[in-house]
Design a protein around this ligand. Structure first.
Ligand code: PEP
Ligand code: MG
Length: 325
């Protein structure tokens, strides 16, 4: 199997009938770029920047972050690099940011919520990302966004960072694209409104399913509710994909569901614009994609979107895959 996948190195991310579905990678460190290149990933669709902040005694400053982001972009040699701003809180905690102990950290002051209240952490990161984008295809995306006000506030901060850099004469990417992660149900519901404020969407299915079903993604007692085959999740993703298309922005998926070969025909049929996956799954997904056509996938999508039960969806997807593998 692996040799068959390897044969797809250098091939386009294209379905059997010619639709493109770019396969990019999720990474957490500069050293992960090797894996992206070794597996022929088209770029980085999710750089989890919080990993630069974990396992240390103090926050990395602007220069340290700039160096890391810059190295990633340079090693990618022109392939896009989407840097997600700090997504700390919930399961990812550090001692030094003064995060208060909360009863429900997954529902608490995390990610963009924290950043908007801690300029001393957020501004240096925004500056580092903007600077890393000078002459490079670096893009920025915002995690855990729940309201339009958060996007607008973050964009004001980005403008502040740009003004500072301009005054200091430091080079940066003037037209830095700003994407919004869709991983909170409130944002998914208002996808049309968010699309007017965002340069692209990336759906974080790990959190979206957790918040949609009120089922902790790390709690095995409720893992039965935490499944990406759930009709409620699929219908919501379809809604986001449609709203994104209507507003002319790319809708990516960067959660784990994006690399599930059972779900690939649905993403193709929905017109998802990019999947960001683990580097190790790029070539097998590319191979699977080459065997799919809209003619087969569109009726499958219509069929599963009409279902009520998660297990029925799973059965149906397995049956489809056994016929198309
Ligand atoms: C997600 O929630 O799907 C996601 C990609 O982000 P993370 O897994 O880092 O929360
Ligand atoms: Mg998430």
């Amino acid at each position: 199997e692996e040799a068959l996948d390897r044969a797809y190195f250098g091939c386009p991310d294209r379905s059997g009938d010619g639709s493109m579905l770019p396969l990019w990678c999720n990474i957490a460190a500069v050293s992960d770029i090797d894996q992206v290149l070794q597996n022929d990933g088209g770029g980085v669709g999710l750089m989890r920047s919080e990993f630069l902040f974990l396992g240390r005694q103090s926050a990395p400053g602007e220069e340290e972050q700039y160096n890391a982001y810059r190295q990633m972009a340079e090693r990618l040699g022109g392939k896009p690099l989407v840097i997600r701003t700090l997504d700390l809180g919930a399961d990812k905690q550090v001692s030094y940011l003064g995060l208060e102990k909360e009863d429900n950290p997954a529902l608490g002051l995390r990610a963009i919520r924290y950043c908007l209240r801690h300029e001393e952490i957020f501004l240096p990161q925004l500056r580092a990302i903007l600077r890393a984008g000078a002459g490079q295809d670096v893009r920025m995306m915002l995690p855990m966004v729940a309201s339009l006000a958060e996007v607008r506030a973050a964009k004001i901060m980005v403008e502040r960072a740009k003004t500072q850099l301009r005054e200091q004469g430091l080079p940066f990417r003037q037209d830095m694209p700003i994407g919004v992660m869709i991983e909170v149900p409130s944002a998914a519901m208002l996808a049309g409104e968010f699309a007017a404020e965002a340069d692209f969407f990336s759906i974080g299915t790990n959190d979206l399913v957790q918040y949609l079903f009120s089922a902790d993604r790390t709690n095995p007692n409720v893992s039965n509710l935490n499944r990406p085959y759930a009709p409620a999740l699929l219908r919501l993703v379809q809604h986001v994909a449609r709203e994104g298309a209507e507003h002319g922005i790319t809708v990516a998926i960067c959660g784990h569901a994006g690399q599930d070969p059972l779900l690939l025909p649905l993403w193709l049929a929905m017109g998802i614009g990019e999947l960001s996956v683990s580097p190790a799954s790029v070539l097998s997904l590319r191979r699977a994609l080459s065997g799919l056509t809209q003619e087969d996938c569109l009726p499958l999508l219509e069929h599963v979107l009409g279902m009520q039960d998660t297990d029925d969806v799973l059965d149906c997807l397995q049956e489809f895959r056994s016929r198309h593998a």
